[in-house]
Each structure stands twice: as C-alpha cells, then as structure tokens.
Unconditional design. Structure first.
Length: 379
C-alpha cells in the first residue's frame, strides 16, 4: 500500500514539473532596452515610411496611329444558288463544273413540252378572239350587232392575252439562266433527273471583286469611315498582304454584341481569293503627328475618368507622386495620347501605382527616368 502511494506521488511530481517547463518555454520574452526604444525612435522620426519603389517614363511627342484588329470572312461580290421555281425533268445542262458563265446564258433546261403546247393553244385562242372582236366592230358600225356583243368580244381578247402570258411565263420558268457573269460551282444533278421546285442546282459566284465582312466594337463607330484602307492577312495565303477599302457601314449597332458591322471590298483579278476564306483585318482609324503620349501602363482608370501619377519635386529635393486627371485621345503601338493634363517632359509612373495609396507619396525611381529634383539641378 505504501509503495502504491509513493508511486502516485512520484507521478504527480513529474506532471507538475512538465507543466512548469511548458509555461517557461512559452512565456513572452522581456523587452530589452534596445527593443523598447525602437517604437519611440520610429515615432520620433515623424512616421516617415520608406519611399515607394516605382518605374517611370517621360511624356514625349511622337506620331501616333490608332489601329484596330478584327477577324472576318471573305465573300463574293454577288453570289446566288440557282433553284427552279417549277418541278420538272432536266433535259439540258448548259454549264460545266467550275466554268465561267455569262449573264443570260442557259444553264438548265427543264422539260417544257406541255407548257409549249399551252403557249400554242393560247396563241390560237388569242387569234380567234381578235378576229371576232374585229368582226364585231365592223358589225356595230353597220348596226347589225349591239354594243354589248362588242364589249364581250373585247373582253375575250383580254382573257386570251392573259392566258398566253401565263403559258409563256410558265414555259420561261423552265429555262434557268445565269443572272450575272460569274463562275459556276460544282453541280450535283444530271440530265434526265427529276428536280423539285426549290431544290439546289448550282451556285454562281462573281469573284472579280471580293468583299470582307467584319465587326468592330461600338466605341470605334465614330472613327470608321467609308474609303479607309484595310490591311488583310489570310491564313490560306501565308505571307501575302492585301489592301481593301471600307465600302459600307451598317447603320445599326448589334444590340447583343455591341458591335458595328463593316464591309470592305478589294479587286481579285487573279482569283486567288475565294469566298469563305478567314481574314485577319487591321484598320487604321486615325493618325496624329506630334501627339503627347505616355505608355498605356501609366493610365489608371477611375470611375470619374482616367488619372496618372506625375512625379514632382518636394521641398527637401525628394520625388513625390501626384495624382493628375487626364483626357485621353488616340491609342496605338502601346501608347496613349494625352490631350489635357500633362506637358512634354513630365515624368509619370508606369509601374507601382498600387503602392501610391495617397497623394504626395514619396517615391524612389527604380528605372532610368530622371527624378524631378535631378532634372532641375541639371538645368
């Protein structure tokens, strides 16, 4: 019993020692004289934080061209898929696949035996009606028939003329002609085949002039004009460059994509360009000589407009960043035109703006651009 009591006492002592050791290791270290003096020294220094490190660039003058890129598709100036208006059996094909055809050329002839017979019948009926009308006119002049009989014969002539016109129109619809000069596509029909009205026969493409359709964001609508040059690059013809001209602008902005449809045209004398080709479009919207520009990275968008951080000299000769509202103009080649707010030679921050939480923050320039104080001393 005594040994058991001593065992419990020993275990309790060991536990107490372990708890004391853990407390000793985790206690806060006492403040040394140097450590205690640090906050006081920082406060005595007036709360001066280290200068924010930034990169800068100088406002400069340069010729600036604003261009916009887009993608589009080529299409023929005129394109049509020929389809019959009346069902019938093909008796003649007047074209070969890929052949150039001319306006008015007979491309497809459907069986017209019945319509031709109807035309002949209508012509005969018209001849009889005209003869009766002529005879009645003579008899009315002699007083042998009434005016009513003459009116009926005149109406018969009109009915016969209408029947003839209908028969001729039906027969004409069985002759499918080329609507314009172009190149025939690949047909899928043969002579003797029966074709229903509305079925595809062949496509005709006028490829002497090609169109390129593309879309631009609506913010460019005031800068795009008919007659502007468009540079084209085609994946199907690597290395080749083509120049088109803006031909038309859609008067309506697409409400879904907020974009403007633009159509340009270019000559295609060698027929290298084909409908459906993918085109990369580059359009120069405007050009300005001697524009005041800053790098795009210098612009900080704000809810009320754009700003930049301009470096100015403080009283002690250091550089501080000052917020400056600016009015922007053209964009291009990585630069933005500034029409108001800056002058040539001003230095603006291009990187590190996130460190400038308040106005007049002291900065340290990390690049080759001169500090305002250094520039002033060099004058």
């Amino acid at each position: 019993m005594a040994s058991r009591t001593m065992h419990f006492a020993t275990a309790g002592s060991a536990l107490a020692v372990a708890v004391f050791a853990a407390w000793w290791l985790q206690r806060p270290a006492p403040a040394s004289p140097d450590t205690a003096a640090r906050p006081t020294a920082a406060a005595a220094s007036g709360g001066q934080a280290r200068p924010a490190s930034v990169e800068t660039a100088a406002v400069q003058q340069r010729d600036l061209a604003q261009t916009v890129q887009a993608v589009g598709s080529l299409r023929s100036r005129r394109s049509v898929v020929l389809r019959p208006e009346i069902s019938g059996r093909i008796v003649k094909l007047g074209f070969s696949d890929g052949q150039r055809v001319h306006k008015g050329a007979l491309l497809v002839q459907l069986d017209d035996q019945l319509p031709r017979a109807q035309v002949a019948q209508a012509q005969a009926e018209l001849s009889i009606a005209r003869a009766n009308d002529k005879r009645n006119r003579e008899l009315v002049a002699q007083g042998f028939v009434s005016q009513r009989a003459l009116d009926e014969s005149a109406a018969s002539v009109q009915v016969a003329q209408a029947k003839l016109a209908l028969a001729e129109a039906t027969a004409a619809r069985l002759r499918i002609l080329a609507p314009f000069d172009g190149i025939a596509g690949i047909g899928q029909l043969s002579v003797g085949e029966y074709i229903k009205d509305g079925a595809d026969i062949v496509n005709i493409e006028d490829m002497d002039t090609m169109l390129v359709d593309f879309r631009l964001p609506e913010r460019y609508q005031s800068l795009v004009r008919v007659g502007q040059s468009v540079a084209l690059a085609l994946d199907a013809l690597p290395g080749a460059q083509f120049t088109a001209e803006v031909r038309a602008l859609d008067p309506q902005i697409d409400a879904n994509g907020r974009s403007l449809a633009v159509r340009a045209s270019l000559a295609n004398p060698a027929l290298r360009l084909r409908p459906g080709m993918f085109a990369r479009v580059s359009l120069e919207l405007a050009r300005r000589s001697g524009a005041l520009v800053v790098p795009e990275e210098a612009i900080v968008p704000q809810s009320e407009g754009a700003i930049v951080f301009k470096l100015v000299a403080a009283a002690d000769g250091s550089s501080v960043a000052q917020r400056v509202p600016v009015v922007l103009g053209l964009r291009g080649d990585g630069f933005v035109e500034v029409t108001q707010g800056l002058a040539v030679g001003d230095v603006v921050v291009t990187a590190g703006q996130q460190r400038l939480q308040k106005d007049a923050t002291r900065v340290r320039v990390a690049d080759a651009a001169a500090r305002p104080a250094e520039r002033a001393a060099s004058r």
